[in-house]
Design a protein around this ligand. Structure first.
Ligand SMILES: Nc1ncnc2c1ncn2[C@@H]1O[C@H](COP(=O)(O)OP(=O)(O)O)[C@@H](O)[C@H]1O
Ligand SMILES: CC(C)(COP(=O)(O)O)[C@@H](O)C(=O)NCCC(=O)O
Length: 332
């Protein structure tokens, strides 16, 4: 783990597991250095609200919001403001009068169990409390998974989360409608309880100022189709993107710990897809969690998720206890 001050340093100067390149497109900061950039950004969340927003097994508290999220909120505020200015300038340049501003889209990527949902919810809440009171919506990509019936038919149940398990067409159409400023855009939803897409249940997104789009696949590129058609990537629709990172061994622990805690809580619900795992022995449950991690989530992390990290504008690198230790910001 990095202990020396990082301020202004290129990652290339620091020997670590990101590789020893001569040039790094990121500037890395320790959490303490990063926290200084909050300047006078006010803390608008209470300890209770943070507790309500965090996911199971995520110990984030007000200190972490102060250390990491206030600076991030300030940085995002600068990006949103400059995108408004650029929009106005382009409108003048093109002599347009009727074009209206479309949502600022923030993508959040990272492994299963790394804590994307907590980050997404904390950010959504902080951003919506800016003095300008922007309308902030949050959509997760799991709603765009193919239903279990399709995954089973295609023999892909152990590929849930892999690129082919999503309805990419629907996902790109959704983002395209959002960026086109369309009203009442429908996003499909997913239930972790039933482990399936919820048929006929949609989230309606009506012209937000900011959309946070969170999921393991949001920074992945698509392989070019054989017919040579040009297809957009999800990240083409992003104004800013964040990758939540941690060492494989830590995420592995978090996944298994969460599974064992869900066994004591959500899995006990008779409607839970995993209900049977609340009834097996602890040893058996551990081996099931281990199997899901090794055969699906770890493979996906190595093959598809981690390779998308270099596309992020910002990398939040977590250490023990889910706390962010290093922040990498892409150089402009
Ligand atoms: N089997 C499950 N039952 C209930 N909730 C779950 C289950 N798996 C994951 N979750 C919850 O779903 C959310 C998303 O989890 P995940 O996709 O692993 O991403 P992350 O941990 O990065 O937020 C988290 O809040 C997690 O606690
Ligand atoms: C639904 C998920 C793919 C996460 O999807 P996301 O919201 O990031 O698009 C993941 O929670 C999952 O179900 N993985 C499959 C293996 C497992 O049950 O852990």
């Amino acid at each position: 783990m990095i202990t020396q001050p990082l301020h202004g340093k290129n990652r290339a100067d620091i020997p670590d597991d990101y590789g020893n390149h001569h040039y790094s497109p990121y500037r890395f900061f320790s959490a303490e250095e990063w926290s200084q950039f909050r300047a006078d950004t006010p803390l608008t969340l209470t300890a209770d609200e943070v507790r309500r927003l965090r996911s199971l097994n995520d110990p984030i508290d007000l200190d972490e919001v102060r250390r990491i999220y206030l600076s991030l909120s300030r940085l995002l505020s600068a990006h949103v403001e400059s995108s408004h200015l650029l929009f106005q300038q382009r409108k003048r340049f093109l002599s347009l009068s009727d074009e209206s501003k479309t949502p600022f889209v923030i993508g959040i990527a990272g492994s299963v169990a790394v804590g994307k949902s907590t980050t997404a919810r904390i950010l959504a809440e902080l951003l919506s409390r800016w003095p300008s009171s922007p309308k902030v919506d949050l959509v997760t990509t799991d709603g765009f998974l193919h239903p279990n019936a399709v995954l089973k038919r295609e023999n892909m149940m152990d590929r849930k989360g892999f690129p082919e398990s999503y309805d990419m067409g629907a996902l790109l159409r959704f983002l395209s409608a959002i960026k086109a400023g369309q009203p009442n855009v429908k996003a499909p939803t997913y239930s972790h309880l039933t482990y399936d897409v919820l048929p006929d249940q949609f989230q309606v997104i009506h012209r937000p100022d900011i959309l946070i789009f969170e999921g393991i696949n949001v920074l992945q590129s698509r392989s070019l189709p054989a017919d040579g058609k040009v297809v957009p990537m999800v990240s083409d629709f992003f104004d800013f993107s964040i990758y939540i990172d941690a060492e494989e061994a830590l995420i592995h622990n978090w996944y298994v710990e969460r599974f064992m805690r869900l066994r004591e809580t959500a899995f006990k619900n008779p409607d839970s897809y995993f209900n049977r795992y609340s009834q097996v022995s602890e040893e058996e449950a551990l081996s099931i969690a281990e199997g899901l991690w090794q055969n699906t989530n770890l493979k996906n992390l190595r093959q598809n998720i981690l390779p998308s990290r270099p596309r992020a504008d910002l990398i939040l690198q977590k250490g023990q206890n889910h706390l962010v230790e290093t922040v990498g910001l892409r150089k402009i």
